[in-house]
Design a protein around this ligand. Sequence first.
Ligand code: AMP
Length: 232
Amino acid sequence: MTTRPCLILFGPPGSGKGTQAKLLRDKLGMAHISTGDMLRERVVLAKQEGSTDELGKAVAAIMQSGGLVSDELVNKMVEDRIEQPDAANGFILDGYPRTVAQAQLLDCVLKGKKIRTVVVYLKVDYNVIIARLSGRRQCPTCGALYSVSANSPVVSEVCDYDGSKLIVRDDDREEVVLQRLKAYESQTAPVLDCLKSAGYRIFDVQGDLRPPQVIAREIEESIQREFGTARA
Ligand code: AMP
């Protein structure tokens, strides 16, 4: 019996995890699970007039400061999410795990459910990250990501897919970006060693300079080799 696969996209903020996850989910037929997107959805609801979601409001404040929300909340969100029907054929984790405690919980879940897992580490130069995050734009309707330099929309500041006016995410402001990178260095970077020690195969992929589609192709080839013909 083959079990469903899991791809963990690992890397610093701005390394292209979201862009790659969106390209790969369609090619591979796997669900895209982004803890950042799930938290942003909760924050939008919590900010609506009359909302009593105090936890959602607290999450908003943490995200705006560039820090990480609690392991407990994120772990529960992911455990529930991977049981949704669209994840039955496999799933891509984008932005999770981000702490050693999250990695430990995930390791138990993956091994407990015998989910075949590989990790792709998107390596990107620090200066490229800063440039990318400060020039990043997102469609508030469909979530598509653009960059004012490399991957700009056809019409400036307008989404190619649905015509919405693009926005700068709150946490892509410069002072918040620096905090997010600090959180990555201190809390998230150690996760890679933790995943290695737990026995997961890690593929290093150069995440800058090349077009996103070329990077996606390289990831796809690595995954198909690892997961075998079941994903071909
Ligand atoms: P992202 O879109 O993945 O860059 O996430 C945006 C923000 O959401 C982060 O800066 C954190 O505040 C929060 N966040 C996303 N994923 C996690 C996670 N796995 N653990 C804790 N906080 C997270």
